[in-house]
Design a protein around this ligand. Structure first.
Ligand SMILES: [Zn+2]
Length: 1052
């Protein structure tokens, strides 16, 4: 319908192999993994001592400061010394073990080592003394991260390990010991990575205490409502990741060493061992098996590894000696995977099953007044910058793969891959780092953008100049390369390029696998322009004035007074269209509008009062409020401050920023806008685009004035929906989870913080429903935020915050970001969707519409700008391609190419995902089959082989330990009589247990009852290029490609 590209293929037959090379290595001569575990002793309590270090990829110091050990006034931490020192200590005794986790540091160290050291390191990996655990580029946060970026950061970490160490470098255990709460999607991702288990450090203190008293800290966690095998054995550790109190033997600690000279007055072996065994005894009371894990390490420990290992040696020696006199404790050097294997074997032997968990671990509270829900929003501009980074990285990878950039182009994806890996760290995107560190993260990400700007420009230039080369239409001179730039400051309506040129080319690239329409907005100085599409057709445009509140954003240097808006329609999948824009003297070309979405503005208040969409009209008000953050000294839980981690409002009141806004309305044919000003630091533009089924709320907040308390600003949407204490939030941008106010499915919540204990991470979407009215109201976000529904009919999202005090969890800085000598201004968008969800009237259900919108915002069409170099439209078009698609056909609406990137030589990494849950749409939720043959324009897939999600193991070679699943946790809890008789808990339970997606289930039952759950086999075809995806399934392939030689290309 839209791809007017006809390529004729000749193939180079000699370049490619028919079968992918065995790039996923077999093990070398090795004894790693489970085979290298020290034997455990039957009939004993086996205590698995795991020496480890927790190395934050930036927090109080920058990544480089931590790596090199500089800036020690802040913290005595130098990662390079840790790896040096551990290596020396492992050499002394083959019994010793060590694990390493954060691969971004590992490679920083690796590239500085002599070959001999590398060889030694590899030796310890191969003999199992050193084990890589986790293996992502960083230990990612789980609340504010998006699944696409989590998968990317694991893929890159695991890839480097595979390249360097082969099978022995392949982690089998997730090690999420410090993130502040845990998402269900992460469990699903670990399961799809082919891991055997997951170890957690932080869960809610009430949850933890119940689990410890009922021997259920170990569980089978079901990571998905949709996937068949998404479960993973998960264990919550006894003391987060710290050693037993009194047993930190690091130079950073002050605990006594083990003194074993009996003549010394300080001899302490007996006392110390008794202390240690007392601790272990307490542990054995809470775990299901006779194997327990004791973490021997802390943040940045082992810079002088000798002190640790020497004392652990003695601890093991003297404790095990007691076995001669009947002790039943057996200490051993171990790793998380050896511990896991021991638990697995004991459970299998003794037929032990583990309870099943189906919800997530949010929000996390560490005490009654410390709810870690502030970081869902903290540092909102870093959170947006990261999301934009993902958008550009995917564009960059795709263009790299489609144009086959080689070494001659000097293009490099790694800077952006690695910067994005760092950004996922649990003190980066979370906003829980010191401010100077946040600036360093922005610097790293910006360097990644620079590399990708170069890569995309090179790729686009290759594509557009090909026309000249292939058609030989005009003269023999090749068309000169064209620069492509991108205006990152367009978010403050500033772009040097468009402001200072009389004419320019706008190239809009669509990274989605289906065609999209995209409204382009560019800041300009003048009022009259002409925009021509690739066919030379003049497009309707609209000029909208830039509001004063935007013009005065600190740091903005721009003369732009207007934004020019035009519709880039039918953008080809993985492709682009170019538009020729020039100033004109005449009037702008307009068109007729057609609107299905309408809003009403209350003339007295200037606030939105009503919305009509998808055939439903409901009263809806939106306004800005703030909470006053508690200011305390953190000495006791009741004195906890609100801060970077913690959201703790001072009471339950919210404060209106203004009861009314002054406003102006700009109606046009492409877009209608209401420009609202609430006060001198809060303003907003409400937008309705012609042909789009959502209302955009483009908010601008800051500088937040300081007062007697911090202000934590929310945007509150109030409707008349009877939502019955229930709302829904997404898990890392993927599956939807149900939330019930003041309720937890697996324990009775003691309500100490009524506001913040009801806050949940919103990575991309929050919604409420009213079954009687058959209305759903959803708000989609452009970055992660904290959100809730504290009263029926309401949705609130925290969009910006400042806090006067630190909250006592280490950052030691109040959260008050500055930019350009003023408090930070944040700008962002919410997208409101309203409609029926029970009786679907349109082609797509509301859920499917929301999926489509979320994708178009996550992987938005990317705008590039180029000069016209004095060429007229006709001259430009004669020389350069103005339209291109990387796909020969668009994929169905429910399938997206999640990943297309260069991998090894002539291999690419290709991931396909089904983007709907199984009960979201009667048609689009069906399994879908895609044939990859001839799918890509510039290359053919010669062969493909499926891997695990991380692309580091062939799927058919992956086998996982299968733990025996018992009852569901919520069912176990419900059978507890006290809870069942507790009306509040039981009411919550009733609401929570109601079918998670009642609405769409009805649709499904009506239209499609038996096809939806058919097994994949039914759809499988013999054609190896046919790929079938079940709802929410992601499939990863390494594809072997063969380039198409483009004999000639017709562009129309
Ligand atoms: Zn940490």
């Amino acid at each position: 319908m839209l791809i007017r590209i006809f390529t004729y293929f000749l193939t180079f037959t000699t370049i490619c192999q028919a079968v992918p090379p065995n790039i996923i290595e077999k093990a070398e001569q090795s004894n790693c993994g489970y085979e290298s575990c020290h034997p455990i002793k039957e009939g004993f309590i086996n205590v698995h001592l795991v020496p480890h270090t927790h190395d934050d990829v930036g927090w109080l110091k920058t990544v480089d400061q931590y790596y090199y050990g500089s800036n020690s006034r802040i913290q005595m931490a130098g990662v390079q010394y840790i790896l040096d020192s551990v290596l020396d200590e492992l050499r002394k005794d083959p019994d010793r073990r060590f694990i390493y986790v954060e691969t971004s540091y590992l490679w920083k160290w690796w590239k500085q080592q002599h070959d001999i050291v590398k060889h030694q390191f590899k030796k310890y990996i191969l003999n199992g003394q050193l084990e890589i655990i986790g293996g992502g580029w960083s230990m990612n946060d789980e609340a504010t991260t998006h699944y696409q970026s989590i998968i990317d950061q694991f893929t890159w970490g695991l890839r480097r390990l595979n390249d360097t160490f082969g099978k022995c470098g392949r982690p089998k255990v997730g090690w999420q010991i410090d993130p502040f709460g845990h998402s269900r999607e992460m469990a699903s991702i670990f399961s799809q990575l082919g891991f055997d288990g997951l170890l957690l450090g932080r869960i809610d203190y009430q949850d933890k205490s119940l689990r410890f008293s009922t021997k259920t800290p170990e569980m089978i966690w079901q990571g998905s409502d949709n996937l068949n095998a998404s479960e993973i054995f998960t264990s919550v550790m006894f003391n987060t990741y710290s050693p037993p109190p009194g047993f930190c033997f690091d130079i950073l600690c002050s605990d006594d060493p083990i003194i074993d000279d009996k003549k010394s007055p300080d001899y302490n072996v007996d006392k110390r061992i008794a202390q240690f065994l007392e601790y272990v005894k307490n542990m054995t009371k809470v775990y299901a098996t006779n194997n327990v894990i004791v973490t021997m390490g802390e943040d940045f420990n082992y810079q002088d590894a000798h002190t640790w290992f020497k004392n652990i040696d003695k601890l093991i020696l003297y404790t095990n000696k007691l076995q001669d006199t009947g002790s039943k404790y057996n200490l051993l050097y171990s790793t998380p995977s050896c511990y896991l294997k021991a638990v697995y074997e004991e459970a299998r032997k003794d037929n032990i099953s583990f309870p099943v968990k189906t919800d997530d671990f949010f929000p996390y509270a560490s005490d009654p007044h410390a709810y870690w829900t502030g970081y869902f929003t903290s540092k909102p501009t870093i959170k947006r910058y990261e999301r934009l980074g993902n958008n550009f990285l995917q564009v960059c990878k795709q263009l790299y793969a489609l144009t086959d950039l080689g070494p001659e182009d000097w293009a490099d994806l790694n800077a952006m891959r690695e910067a994005m890996g760092v950004m996922q760290h649990h003190d980066a995107i979370t906003g829980t780092e010191k401010e100077h560190v946040a600036h360093d993260y922005a610097r790293l990400l910006s360097a990644g953008f620079d590399e990708c700007r170069f890569t995309t420009a090179t790729a686009l230039s290759k594509i557009v100049t090909k026309k000249q080369k292939s058609t030989k239409l005009l003269n023999r001179d090749p068309a000169p390369a064209i620069p492509f730039s991108t205006c990152l400051l367009a978010n403050i309506s500033q772009c040097e390029y468009t402001e200072n040129s009389n004419s320019f080319i706008v190239t809009v690239y669509n990274p989605l696998s289906r065609p999209v329409n995209h409204y382009v907005r560019l800041p300009v100085v003048e009022q009259h322009y002409k925009v021509s599409d690739p066919n030379g057709k003049d497009l309707p445009i609209q000029m909208v004035p830039i509001p004063d509140s935007i013009k005065k954003i600190p740091g903005r240097q721009s003369n732009a007074m207007y934004e020019i808006i035009f519709l880039a329609s039918d953008l080809p999948p993985l492709g682009f269209k170019s538009y020729y824009v020039m100033k004109s003297s005449g009037s702008n070309l307009n068109t007729q509008s057609e609107g299905d979405v309408n809003i009403e503005i209350d003339q007295n208040t200037g606030l939105i009062s009503k919305v009509t969409m998808n055939g439903k009209t409901i009263p809806l008000e939106q306004n800005f409020f703030y909470y006053r953050g508690t200011v305390g000294n953190n000495a006791r839980p009741e004195n906890r401050s609100s801060g970077a981690y913690i959201f703790r409002p001072n009471g339950t009141d919210i404060y209106k920023i203004s009861w009314k806004s002054s406003y102006q309305i700009f109606k046009g044919d492409l877009v209608s806008e209401v420009h609202q000003t609430f006060n001198d630091w809060v303003s907003q533009i409400i937008r309705i685009y012609n042909g789009e089924n959502f209302v955009e709320f483009d908010w601008v907040v800051g500088p937040i004035p300081t007062g007697e308390s911090g202000k934590e600003v929310i945007s509150l949407y109030t409707t008349n929906l009877k939502s019955e204490s229930t709302f829904y939030t997404d898990s890392n941008g993927r599956e939807l989870l149900k939330r019930v106010r003041n309720f937890r499915p697996t324990w009775k919540l003691s309500l100490t913080e009524p506001i913040s204990s009801n806050y949940y991470p919103v990575t991309s979407k929050i919604l409420i429903r009213d079954p009687n009215q058959d209305v759903e109201v959803a708000v989609l976000t452009d970055r992660a935020q904290g959100g809730s529904s504290l009263n029926d009919g309401e949705i609130e999202l925290m969009i910006h915050r400042n806090c006067l005090h630190d909250d006592g969890f280490g950052v030691d800085e109040p959260l008050y970001e500055k930019a350009f000598n003023a408090g930070l201004v944040a700008r962002g968008s919410h997208y409101l969707v309203v409609g029926p969800y029970l009786n679907n009237t349109g082609a797509k259900t509301l859920a499917a519409q929301e999926r489509d919108l979320a994708q178009r915002k996550l992987l938005a069409a990317w705008t590039f700008l180029s000069p016209t170099n004095g060429l007229s439209f006709a001259e430009y078009k004669a020389k350069y391609a103005m339209e291109y698609s990387g796909l020969t056909k668009s994929l169905p609406d429910n399938v997206q190419i999640l990943t297309l990137e260069p991998w090894y030589g002539m291999n690419f990494l290709l991931r396909l995902e089904h983007v709907l849950e199984r009960n979201e749409d009667p048609n689009l939720s069906k399994p879908v089959t895609v044939n990859l043959k001839g799918l890509f324009t510039p290359f053919q897939i010669v062969s493909l082989r499926e891997t695990t999600l991380g692309a580091n193991e062939w799927l058919n070679e992956n086998s996982r330990l299968k733990f025996k699943a018992g009852q569901k946790l919520e069912t176990m809890v419900r059978s507890n009589e006290t809870l069942r008789n507790d009306p509040l808990w039981y009411d919550g339970y009733r609401k929570w247990i109601r079918s998670q997606h009642e609405s769409n289930d009805i649709n499904l039952r009506r239209q499609n009852s038996n096809t939806i759950f058919k097994q994949q086999e039914n759809f499988a075809s013999n054609d190896e290029f046919s790929v079938t995806l079940d709802p929410m399934q992601i499939r990863t392939f390494i594809i072997d490609i063969q380039k198409n030689y483009e004999k000639y290309v017709l562009w129309e």
